[in-house]
Write a protein that binds this ligand. Structure first.
Ligand code: PD2
Ligand code: ZN
Length: 263
């Protein structure tokens, strides 16, 4: 009986010792994580919306100012935007400098649609708009409605500026300051976004070697570029185009941002 009691006591002692040891180890690991700077963003809705820790910014040019934001959208966000856009696509237009209205043109041969102001309130769209606003440091209200574009084989968007050359479009919201161009599809050959005045190298644009910088349309990545310089004047160097798609379908989503609120 005495032996059993001793054995039981020993077992209890060892078990309690093991539990305390495990707890001490957990505290130690937690402290180590905290000191290494790895943040604890689990269950943080803001961090989820901003994809903190997932988005990787890469500055590719200061003049014109261009930043590639790798992993900016999740695959689900890309698929969602494509799904709501597909049934509503129409032949894309460009702004007529005389009237400020949209007109069909062979400068741009894609199809596109705009999300509605009602769709801006959908949680997924809201999260994307908030992310665009934080990474660009431009208020959500200054953003135009998101445009989704589809380029099929041989379609392109000739080099142009996103800032307005007409006065009509300046009335609501002022000039366009910056553009966030998000890529929604993979497996595209060609379809690069091309900046002829950036860098002093060469790149492949729709299969042709050109002077400037080209950004590959990688699903989930985004390119943020500025139509105005740090001096507040429109930046002619921000000229850019969508290279010809050689294989596959390129889908992109554009958010243009203005000097003032558009709402
Ligand atoms: O979709 C593109 O690649 C593209 C290229 C240049 C879109 C725009 N500009 C635009 O929407 O302004
Ligand atoms: Zn453009």
């Amino acid at each position: 009986m005495a032996k059993t009691k001793v054995l039981f006591g020993l077992l209890t002692f060892v078990t309690i010792g093991m539990i305390i040891g495990a707890l001490l180890q957990l505290i130690f690991i937690r402290r180590l994580e905290e000191s290494s700077g790895i943040p604890h963003w689990a269950n943080d809705n803001d961090a989820d919306d901003l994809r903190l820790g997932l988005v990787r910014p890469e500055i590719i040019s200061w003049s014109p100012r261009i930043i590639v934001l790798h992993n900016f959208l999740s695959m689900e966000e890309c698929d969602y935007l494509r799904a709501i856009a597909r049934p509503r696509l129409q032949v894309s237009t460009v702004v007529d400098v005389k009237t400020g209205k949209g007109i069909k043109s062979d400068v741009r041969t894609s199809s596109g649609m705009f999300l509605s102001s009602e769709e801006r309130k959908y949680p997924l769209v809201k999260a994307i708009e908030k992310r665009i606003s934080v990474f660009s440091q431009i208020p959500v209200e200054n953003g135009e409605l998101i445009q989704v574009l589809r380029y099929e084989k041989n379609q392109f968007y000739r080099p142009h500026h996103d800032y307005f050359a007409d006065t009509f479009n300046l009335k609501r919201g002022g000039q366009r300051i910056a553009t966030m161009l998000m890529y929604l599809s993979d497996n595209v050959v060609g379809g690069e976004t091309y900046f002829p005045m950036a860098g002093d190298g060469e790149c492949s644009c729709g299969g042709k070697m050109v002077k400037g910088m080209c950004v590959q349309p990688t699903k989930g990545d985004a390119v943020l570029f500025w139509s105005m310089g740090l001096d507040g004047a429109t930046d002619q160097y921000s000229i850019h185009g969508g290279c010809e798609v050689l294989e596959g379908e390129k889908w992109s989503a554009t958010k243009w941002m203005r000097q003032r609120t558009t709402i």
